[in-house]
Write a protein of this length. Structure first.
Length: 148
């Protein structure tokens, strides 16, 4: 196998990476909501413990915020690559980057509005939309390489 043959497979893997990250972030977020821990960390972007390892009271909220950061970076990386190299996935990856930016803003708004139910519902629902956009992006990468 040549290096050129391995690169498309690697890009398919990289385009897949945001999917489990988004799903895991969603699960943690739903757990936080269901366990009434949504305001366990009343500030944004950091909890009162700052950059230290979180105490149990802030653990899931810190984990959720860390997962969001990692997911954001992964989505932006896929978007940059698709803008440069993969025209077929460009629109959906740009949409996903926009959606995750809205998600972060809604997350801030959730804290600032003290868990306004409409904001929480929008945040959870838009998370599903984000997952769908990245799934379409991944399928665009996969189908592109499958038929080349």
């Amino acid at each position: 196998m040549s290096i050129g043959h391995l690169l498309p497979d690697r890009m398919i893997l990289i385009s897949f990476l945001p999917l489990p990250l988004i799903f895991s972030t969603m699960l943690i977020g739903v757990y936080i909501t269901a366990s009434h821990q949504g305001l366990s960390c009343p500030g944004w972007p950091l909890c009162p413990n700052g950059f230290q390892f979180p105490i149990p009271k802030y653990f899931f909220e810190n984990l959720h915020r860390l997962m969001v950061l990692i997911t954001f970076i992964a989505i932006i990386a896929v978007t940059i690559h698709s803008i440069i190299k993969v025209n077929k996935a460009r629109e959906t990856s740009i949409a996903a980057s926009s959606i995750i930016s809205v998600q972060i803003l809604l997350g801030i708004l959730i804290i600032n509005t003290k868990l306004n139910p409409l904001v929480v519902a929008a945040h959870l629902s838009i998370g599903v939309l984000l997952f769908g956009m990245m799934l379409i992006t991944f399928l665009s990468y996969y189908n592109l390489e499958k038929y080349v």
